[in-house]
Ligand binder design. Structure first.
Ligand code: 13P
Length: 256
């Protein structure tokens, strides 16, 4: 069985002090037994990464960023490179979140360039895929997700697939309080796994962790995390509430 991963995407919330406060609260609620069974990852805004890294040092909690630039370095004012994230203590980076696709016009090809840059700097990548409500209603969601997955994984050396996590986040479920039904989630997770197997091989697909994201909270987490093919969750709003976030991680650990 794949190890569950519970990831908190803090999005554009919390300044430096508040990030420190939340991190300490999370740390205070995590018992070592929990981390033996489940990976816990927090993804604060860029400016808080170094601070949070210092607070969680040696705790077993993992640190990730929410984005990176696809070039190694250079004249890209305001951007953040993979090596900068590494130097701030990141192990993971989220790429291709639907909010970046929507508001910053990130395409599948751009997502792929970011994935490749992150991997070449030894960052693990959470690649986000997911359909809009219109795409689901038009019944094209399977081809949308297959294409997002195929293009994101293009040119990845197969031995690097161990550093990839995919998060299925239906756009209509993000921040809306609507979550996909467990059978819808399992269906898409199987589709993503089959796509990875087609591109690489069964071994790569068997090791690929696929998370669900979209209005996961303390009340629905158990049902979602118990669904077939769900290896964890990428959590927005509820990750800002330390009690809820750790409760969700405990639910994941109980299922393991
Ligand atoms: P919510 O949990 O707030 O719906 O956000 C999900 C998400 O976008 C995580 O990346």
């Amino acid at each position: 069985m794949r190890r569950k991963l519970i990831a908190g995407n803090w999005k554009m919330n919390l300044g430096l002090n508040e990030s420190g406060v939340l991190t300490r609260k999370i740390l205070g609620k995590v018992n070592p037994g929990l981390l033996k069974k489940t990976d816990i990852l927090i993804c604060p805004p860029f400016v808080s990464l170094a601070l949070v890294s210092g607070i969680i040092k040696d705790s077993g909690i993992k640190l990730g960023a929410q984005n990176l630039h696809y070039e190694k370095d250079g004249a890209y004012t305001g951007e953040i490179s993979a090596s900068m994230l590494k130097s701030a203590g990141c192990e993971y980076v989220i790429v291709g979140h639907s909010e970046r696709r929507k508001y910053f016009h990130e395409t599948n090809n751009l997502v792929n360039k970011k994935v490749l840059q992150a991997l070449s700097n030894d960052l693990k990548v959470i690649v986000c895929v997911g359909e809009t409500l219109q795409e689901r209603e038009d019944d094209i969601f399977e081809s949308i997700i297959t294409e997002q997955t195929e293009v994101a994984l293009k040119d990845i050396p197969s031995e690097k697939m161990i550093d990839i996590v995919i998060a299925y986040e239906p756009v209509w479920a993000i921040g809306t309080g609507l979550n996909a039904a467990p059978e819808q989630v399992s269906h898409i997770h199987a589709l993503i796994g089959n796509t990875a197997e087609d591109i690489f091989d069964k071994n790569a697909a068997d090791n690929l962790r696929i998370l669900y994201g979209g209005s996961v909270n303390k009340d629905n987490a158990k049902e979602i995390l118990s669904a077939c093919g769900v290896d964890g969750a990428l959590i927005g709003g509820a990750s800002l509430k330390p009690d809820d976030f750790i409760f969700i991680a405990e639910q994941a650990s109980d299922i393991n």
